[in-house]
Design a protein around this ligand. Structure first.
Ligand code: FE
Length: 424
């Protein structure tokens, strides 16, 4: 079973990444940042975590208000560095852990936390700024990362109490993962700061100290604070420290604080903490019972014949071809697809097998491969094949044979106004 080595907490201000990139380690104004991180760096190196579960918030870079959610779990294989206006930082992409992420998703869903899932998204300074100061990254990062993006920027946002409960469930989810992996839980954000409005530049060191003290010794007390309390005490953007409660909830009720640092150079109190679980307070967990309950919703699904559910596993495995077909919702891509399929497919690095399935309209082959039916529907609409033809092909029937199984013999498609008459 997976083991939680401990938790770390750090601010994620872009200052940290800037200091790393411009090699400010020895400059007096900057060196306290690196001194604060040195014990964390050493602890991470000693612990040799296989996976870092990394809690952060994006800053309207890859997660925008066109679709904003509370808890977005990274389930993919890789996460590049985001471009926040001046090109991405020169860091290698992070590698994910899709298997553990899928298990965590299954467990948290069972514990009634409704997550959203993402892959193929670039991550911004909320993720990479502190990571680049606490882990070596050349030629590659030493651990896999499962990111959890929390939507703390738009109200209503998750409460402190909800974040703590999520952490408690997360702890059970990780500890029930049936592989002997060492996991570190990293939480980021804060401490006190405000970057907008007349109150811009607000800090409250006294509150920052109290927050860190309570986080270690009495995290339940922090769950009583409202978002408004946190904004008043720590500034509007400083209220993102609710994310630290996810990490704390995932650890044992009692922890040992191995390291604590704080430095306020400019806008944000830059802090770092290391907690290790106090073994004597490890909550009991019957992992066999827990996993049976977590997977109960899916029990027997594999016995349903001719059925290929979209899962996180198939969604990650067949992501490339699904993404390619999803582009068919864009008129300019449809044109490129119809005019020069091979060139279009090559630009998405489709394999020969994937290209052949699409070229030959191998509807059932694509379903078995992990293509989502609603991508086939779009492909049909673009290439002049009705839904009924696709249904028939998947059953190995002619359109006439399939239509005989319906009450009315009709055809239709999702093709819109461009092609309405073709399917009428
Ligand atoms: Fe932030």
């Amino acid at each position: 079973m997976a083991n939680i080595l401990g938790g770390i907490a750090t601010s994620h201000t872009p200052t940290i990444g800037f200091a790393v990139d411009t090699k400010k380690q020895d400059e007096p104004s900057w060196s306290p940042i690196f001194e604060g991180y040195a014990p964390m760096k050493a602890w991470l190196e000693k612990g040799k975590a296989d996976v870092i579960f990394y809690i952060f918030n994006d800053h309207m870079t890859s997660f925008f208000i066109d679709h904003y959610s509370h808890f977005a779990l990274g389930v993919g294989e890789t996460y590049p560095v985001a471009d926040e206006g001046g090109g991405p930082r020169d860091l290698p992409p992070l590698k994910g852990h899709p298997e553990m992420a899928a298990h965590i998703a299954q467990c948290l869903t069972t514990e009634e936390f409704d997550l959203s899932y993402f892959q193929d998204k670039a991550l911004d300074h909320g993720c990479f700024s502190p990571l680049s100061a606490i882990l070596p990254y050349e030629p590659d990062w030493p651990a896999k990362v499962i990111p959890l993006q929390i939507g703390v920027l738009q109200s209503p946002s998750p409460t402190a109490a909800r974040c703590f409960k999520l952490g408690q469930a997360l702890g059970r989810a990780i500890r029930s993962f049936p592989e002997d992996l060492n996991v570190v839980i990293a939480s980021t954000g804060g401490l006190s700061h405000q970057v907008h409005g007349e109150r811009c530049g607000f800090n409250n060191t006294e509150w920052d100290m109290k927050f860190m003290e309570l986080l270690e010794k009495d995290p339940q007390a922090l769950t009583k604070y409202t978002i408004a309390d946190l904004v008043k005490l720590g500034g509007a953007e400083g209220a993102e420290i609710v994310m630290w409660l996810v990490m704390r909830g995932a650890l044992n009720p009692q922890v040992r604080c191995l390291h604590k640092s704080y430095y306020l150079p400019s806008m944000t109190g830059i802090a770092s903490l290391i907690f290790e679980p106090e073994e004597s307070s490890t909550p009991a967990l019957d992992t066999e019972w827990y996993n049976k309950r977590a997977y109960a919703q899916l029990e027997g699904l594999e016995d349903v014949e001719g059925t290929y559910p979209l899962t996180l596993k198939s969604g990650v495995r067949a992501y490339r071809i699904n993404k390619f077909l999803h582009q068919l919702i864009r008129p300019e891509f449809r044109e490129a697809f119809l005019n020069d399929f091979d060139n279009c497919a090559d630009s998405y690095a489709l394999t020969d097998e994937e290209k052949t399935m699409i070229r030959e309209r191998d509807w059932q082959g694509m379903i078995r491969y992990g293509v989502i039916f609603f991508m086939l529907e779009k492909l049909g609409a673009v290439t002049g094949v009705s839904n009924l033809h696709i249904y028939a092909a998947m059953r190995g029937q002619t359109i006439e044979e399939f239509q005989q199984t319906r009450n009315a013999q009709v055809t239709y498609s999702v093709a819109g106004k461009e092609k309405l008459n073709k399917f009428a």
